[in-house]
Design a protein around this ligand. Structure first.
Ligand SMILES: C[S@@+](CC[C@H](N)C(=O)[O-])C[C@H]1O[C@@H](n2cnc3c(N)ncnc32)[C@H](O)[C@@H]1O
Length: 212
């Protein structure tokens, strides 16, 4: 079941448009529903793109990304446990918000240059399609505008733990995957049904998925 909360954080004028969003969304949906199509070459291209974007990332995009996840964490609970895995952590714009809920955050990203711009402890350079983490080690997984590799999320999540997905530009975000497809991907990976709760906030959309 997918349910929605009414918006609590208004959207100010001036939302940016990312011309690359349609192509990015096509890829994000493909990876969520068909992760076997991810190749070494595609990973290398993704890493190179974000290595190049790293220098200006926080300066250009730091203002609008946190409010979306902040709203998810404020209204999407209850949350339990002490350790979260943040996938696609980038320059760490979202990590302090996650740490305020789960004191231990393991922040994973493909791009060393993005990671090296973060001052947060507990950073690991890795591909989300093959996480170097133990089964069931995470009380929650947070994915802020990154690719969903559902089988790996399911493997590292402790039983019943939530997957929290934040897309800072909502339907215009390059990594946006609709809630229906997020639910489908998690259900396929775990052979059990998942529920989702979603809301719009600022310029974005958040979705919190839990086993039904
Ligand atoms: C749009 S940025 C988001 C960064 C951060 N979450 C934020 O909100 O500022 C996407 C991030 O996903 C990372 N990424 C892309 N593919 C990945 C993969 N397969 N595994 C891990 N990280 C990946 C990129 O390197 C990049 O840092």
């Amino acid at each position: 079941m997918i349910s929605s909360l009414p918006r609590a954080v208004p959207a100010p004028p001036g939302k940016p448009v990312r011309p690359e969003a349609p192509r990015g969304q096509e890829r994000a949906r493909r990876l969520a529903l068909n992760p076997g199509t991810w190749t070494v070459e595609e990973a290398a291209g993704m890493r190179a793109d974000f290595d190049q974007a790293a220098a200006n990332w926080s300066e250009d995009r730091g203002g609008y990304r946190p409010p979306v996840l902040a709203d998810a964490l404020a209204r999407g609970g209850p949350f339990r446990g002490s350790r979260a895995v943040e996938i696609a952590s980038g320059t760490g714009l979202l990590t302090p918000l996650i740490r305020a809920v789960w004191p231990e955050v393991v922040a994973v990203d493909l791009s060393l240059r993005m990671l090296s711009r973060s001052a947060q402890p507990g950073r690991i350079q890795a591909d989300a399609s093959r996480l170097p983490l133990a089964d069931g080690c995470a009380d929650a997984v947070v994915l802020g505008d990154g690719p969903l590799f559902a089988a790996e999320v399911a493997r590292v999540l402790a039983d019943g733990g939530p997957l929290i997905v934040s897309n800072a530009l909502g339907d215009g975000a390059p990594f946006r995957v609709p809630a229906e497809e997020l639910v489908e991907a998690m259900a396929t990976a775990t052979s059990r049904p998942w529920d989702a709760l979603q809301s719009e906030a600022h310029w974005g959309i958040w979705t919190i998925l839990r086993p039904a």
